[in-house]
Design a protein around this ligand. Sequence first.
Ligand code: GLC
Ligand code: GLC
Length: 650
Amino acid sequence: MYEQVSHSLLNDILNRIKPEISDQDLRHFYTRLGANFYGLHSLFQTLYGHKEDFAEQAQKLVETMAMQYIKRPAQLRQLDLERERDYGWFLSQQWVGMALYCSGFAGNLKNLEQRLNYFQELGVNLVHVMPVMRCPEGSSDGGYAVSDFQEINPEVGTLEDVRKLAKSMRERGILLVLDVVVNHTSNKHEWALRAKAGEKKYKEYYYTFASRNVPDMFEQSMPEIFPETAPGNFTWDEDMERWVMTVFNEYQWDLNYSNPSVFIEMLDIILFWANQGADILRLDAVAFLWKKIGSTCQNEREAHLILQLLKDCCQVTAPGVVFIAEAIVAPVEVVKYFGEDAVIAKECEIAYNATFMALLWDAVATKNCCLLNHSIKNLPVKLERATWLNYVRCHDDIGLGFDDRDIQLCNYDPVEHRKFLIDYFTGKFSDSHARGLPFGQNMKTGDARISGSLASLIGLEHALEHEDHQGVEHAVKLILLLHGMIFSFGGIPLLYYGDEIGTLNNDSYRNDPYKKGDTRWVHRPSIDWQKAELRNSPGNVEFEIFSGLKRMISVRKEIEVFADYNNRELIEISNPHLFVFNRYHLQQPQEQVLVVANFSDRPQHLDLDNLANWRNEYRQLVDLYRGESPEVFKNSLVIPGFSFYWLKEV
Ligand code: GLC
Ligand code: GLC
């Protein structure tokens, strides 16, 4: 859009631009800057227009984008052009991801590069390498307390290793996802150290207070994220003699985004990582970016404006790079991270589907899909050019963030039901073989979350220990069933490393003084590569799970209607053990795949007569996953216990 004020500001900026920028061939950069400048300027103005040095900051903003564009390697600029043409590239059903810790998976970046064939063997072509940036020794929240955003943790390697890894991945068609921890820094970051030393400029990078007055105001409405290990949201700093806002751990200092310098620094870091070869950047804890007294300090409007501005700027410098929003918040809030009032994503193209994840676990515990069906119906429709990350487990805990009204619709009491789930997954419930641990128990509110590896939560650990063959069989079936859901729901499925070979809980974190207070470490394994070899030997759980997933991945890639174009229709059925949805082709609606899942241990039936578009007595069905026709008696489809189908008409 052409608008005089922003246009004349752009002219001023370009007239004053540094010679090292004006001397370059920046054709594509200027085209994109011109196209985005109106939006970019309005956002920057809304957030920082009242600052005295606004014009200077606007100049710096444009120069930051331009300098990173100049540094952007030719190959990546080429990729930008290709992705600008094929703008829906990340919606394809071809993508299948895995998240991992570099150290736990391979030890270091060089070894990770050596292991790329493992991903190819399984069919994974998108790898999220969790934070590898420099962190202080000791506690670092698994890499999420960064002390230098542009250096690599020496234990895992160097920047050169990252660039080499990115290149090898690109040659093999594997996407690289890296984190940018945008909400906070470690208290050992240079900015924090300079703030501690009294430098005014850096004090303004954080929220610090001389007295408890403001912190106490904030505390009245802010929840606690780590109530056991880091109660409260402020930490007293001896050196500064001030309270610092620390929403997560006390060594993670929240950045002050009301300061435009902070915004520009973090933009520079985002673009820096784009230039190291990341295809996708995962922006950590984005719900927390803006703090306001009297609010929960989550999902504030300004947090969205900051993300929109980051997106606009990234589109100018590195338009091929997309963002993942890590916002583990209620469904109505999470869809806003795609950007509101738009068709295409204006904030983050991808967001974690934590709701679906938690609902799948509810179905496991209850062997029933009541809550899953009700809540999925209420999941707001998302934008067209935006997609979910669907997952079963990740490096974090499982939160039970269901809507109380949905729980009530299933005739459960919300408090009792959540308590049941915690008891179930921590193995306290009489019928349960789960081996999870509570996480983030809050004595004041009664809240709790759950840690534990997929295999241990699902009962595999218990079954193996008791040589319970049927238990093992059930656990394996459930692991495949859960993946059958995230592979077909719509979005990018994201496996969690180790789950593909049934990795159990690992208690060794209890001996580490820096980890023992945080039960999430129980499910952050070091892969035993010798044991992983068992994936090649039939008769082992490693083989059963790995080969099942491998098949599922290759079949998924062939099913075009699994690409995410909001082409899913939930089918209401009367049998509460079943979860049924249809995936269809937008242009040819008769092209469809019916997904049917049975979360009960017993066979269930589905009356094919009453399925809206599926009514046809003479229809011959095939389950694409197994390549076989399912059992049908008269017109009842029979679904064995803990099983699923991807059904197509033949
Ligand atoms: C993100 C990470 C989590 C970390 C938190 C604070 O949510 O996934 O592991 O504890 O941010 O950085
Ligand atoms: C909370 C935060 C999320 C973080 C998690 C870590 O759920 O919202 O961002 O990953 O805590 O446990």
